[in-house]
Design a protein around this ligand. Structure first.
Ligand code: ADP
Ligand code: MG
Length: 543
């Protein structure tokens, strides 16, 4: 490489590296993002279809949840992966609206691609998009309405809207009430920590049997057959210490030379265990939930004292138990005071779908609650779980931000209209970029219409006309093909679903547009002899 001659290319990158430059790079990225967006587009809205995803082990997921689909798709292309990131951010920040976010990002890029074709430089486009993004958020803020945590009816509508089209329709009223009550229980300082809502799935029954438990479900059995199966007015000791004789850390040996000595040794051990159990009994508890192990002898004494006991409870469950029952997790048996104990109206063991589980119910003012999800099949319970997560996310962000919007394509159309007016302040190519952003917003009502088998052009014409008349909440009745007031229809969403989707989608689009050079390293041969697939140009085996 040290004899550089004229015309001879200088090799900067390793052999096998794939490089795409300029418009080619943009076109490739846009095409990939569009493909990914198109894959989830058909699932949007109440009439959206489901996808059946089969992974490499043959496991099947049937869903219309945007982020689930994108995750399971195992997208390879980097720009496609960025759309997955958009959906994931949406999922983390709001918990619903993932399809909307991905579809928007794809459409922003598609419209940008059309401008690039007309020789508008990507920098101008990203500048226009930034302006439009900011203005769009203002428009949404202006049309949003206030909500308080006491407005149970509206919160229920948010939950039902979030679950529409998820295959949980017949139980949606029931599930919506559960979601609202669950979120309300765990509000503190107007913040909702969704981790404090435990979702436990057990196949069997039907989705209508899904139940809210004001407390926690523990997937464990009571350790001893002669302990009570049910304790009312439970005083619960939460213990993070084993009731076993600690094994020596060092390699030590005890020499036992006679049967009497062995007897003594065992009696000593038993005494130590009994001492520990006595301390548990002295605490005044009638339920013991232990994160660590419990020796058989200790179990026996606990049973004699009628203490309902479970061992090896998961750490995360212990933390939730503390929040639900108001008890403290103790790692020491000395000086336990009454105040350290948690309280529950009822602790009981029940057999659900063949497994014994312990239910800690009727906690006073619990700061953590559980939902026991039931459904006829595994797919059922999983879809109920996803629907509930969307509902919980929706309610939570409505409460946190305190603002809501009507749905059904109405806010997107209102933004499109507002941005078209706003674009008049600018001239030339920037104006084009803002208008492209406005047009892209209409992908949501357009898709809702298409997925419902309606004529998207007719619908959009009518929708625009209604918004021109000032009907801010005009959206699509996907069941009757009419334009209606979505707020009156009860289709309500949290403001943040839309603001977050627009923000992430437009930022991702801007980022992808700024790329004019894709340098892809050649793939490492992960395991030779595997089915391989398309390794492209970079997959040359090393010689
Ligand atoms: P996402 O993953 O984006 O939440 P969904 O499949 O849940 O995707 O669809 C959400 C869209 O469906 C939103 O635009 C919402 O306003 C709309 N939508 C929900 N319920 C209705 C309804 N009853 N009528 C019309 N549109 C609805
Ligand atoms: Mg949704």
């Amino acid at each position: 490489m040290n004899t550089q001659q004229a015309n001879q290319p200088i090799l900067v990158l390793p052999e096998g590296t794939l490089r795409t430059l300029g418009k080619g790079a943009q076109a490739a990225n846009i095409a990939a993002a569009k493909q990914v967006a198109d894959a989830v587009r058909t699932t949007l809205g109440p009439k959206g279809m489901d996808k059946m995803l089969v992974d490499s082990l043959g496991d099947i997921v049937i869903t219309n949840d945007g982020v689930t689909i994108l995750e399971e798709m195992q997208i390879e292309h980097p720009a496609g992966k960025m759309l997955l990131e958009v959906a994931k951010t949406q999922d983390e920040e709001v918990g619903d609206g993932t399809t909307t976010a991905a579809v928007l990002a794809g459409e922003f890029l598609k419209k940008a691609g059309e401008l690039i074709e007309q020789n508008v430089h990507p920098t101008i486009i990203t500048k226009g998009f930034k302006l439009a993004n900011k203005e769009a958020l203002k428009i949404l803020e202006n049309i949003s309405e206030k909500i308080t945590p006491d407005d149970t009816e509206t919160l229920k509508k948010i939950a039902i809207t979030a679950m529409t089209g998820k295959g949980t329709e017949k139980a949606s009223e029931h599930l919506a009430s559960i979601a609202v009550e669950a979120v309300k229980s765990v509000i503190s300082d107007n913040k909702v920590n969704q981790d404090n809502i435990q979702l436990e799935k057990k196949q069997g029954g039907s989705s209508e049997d899904t139940e809210l438990i004001k407390g926690i479900i523990i997937d464990k059995e009571i350790v001893h057959p002669s302990m009570p199966r049910k304790v009312e007015n439970a005083k619960i000791l939460l213990l993070d210490k084993s009731l076993e004789i600690e094994k020596m850390e060092t390699d030590s040996q005890i020499q036992i030379t006679s049967p009497e000595q062995l007897q003594k040794f065992m009696e000593q051990e038993e005494k130590m265990l009994k001492n520990m159990v006595d301390k548990v009994i002295d605490s005044g508890c009638n339920v013991l939930l232990c994160q660590k192990g419990i020796d058989d002898v200790a179990q026996h004494y606990l049973a004699k004292a009628d203490i309902l006991t479970a061992r090896r409870v998961k750490k995360s469950d212990m933390e939730k138990l503390a929040r639900a029952t108001g008890g403290k997790i103790l790692s020491n048996l000395s000086d336990i005071s009454e105040n350290d104990l948690g309280f529950a109206g009822l602790v009981e063991e029940k057999k659900i779908a063949g497994d014994n589980m312990i239910f800690v119910r009727e906690c006073k003012d619990p700061k953590a609650v559980s939902i026991l999800i039931r459904g006829g099949t595994e797919h059922n319970t999983e879809e109920v779980e996803r629907a509930l997560k969307d509902a919980i996310g929706g309610i939570a962000s409505a409460i946190e931000v305190g603002k809501i919007l009507a749905g059904g394509g109405s806010p997107e159309e209102e933004v499109a209209k507002g941005l078209r007016d706003f674009s008049q302040k600018y001239s030339g190519r920037e104006q084009l970029a803002i208008q492209a952003f406005a047009d892209a917003m209409e992908i949501i009502p357009r898709t809702l219409a298409e997925n419902a088998g309606l004529d998207p052009i007719d619908i959009l014409v009518n929708l625009r006309a209604e918004h021109e008349k000032g009907n801010v909440n005009a959206g699509i009745d996907v069941y009757n093909g009419k334009i209606i007031d979505m707020k009156e229809r009860g289709v309500i969403e949290p403001l943040k679903i839309k603001t977050q989707a627009i923000k992430s989608a437009s930022e991702a689009a801007e980022m992808i547009l700024r790329i004019d050079d894709i340098i892809a390293a050649s793939k490492l041969n992960k395991d030779s002899g595997s089915s391989g697939g398309m390794s492209g140009m970079g997959g040359m085996p090393p010689y």
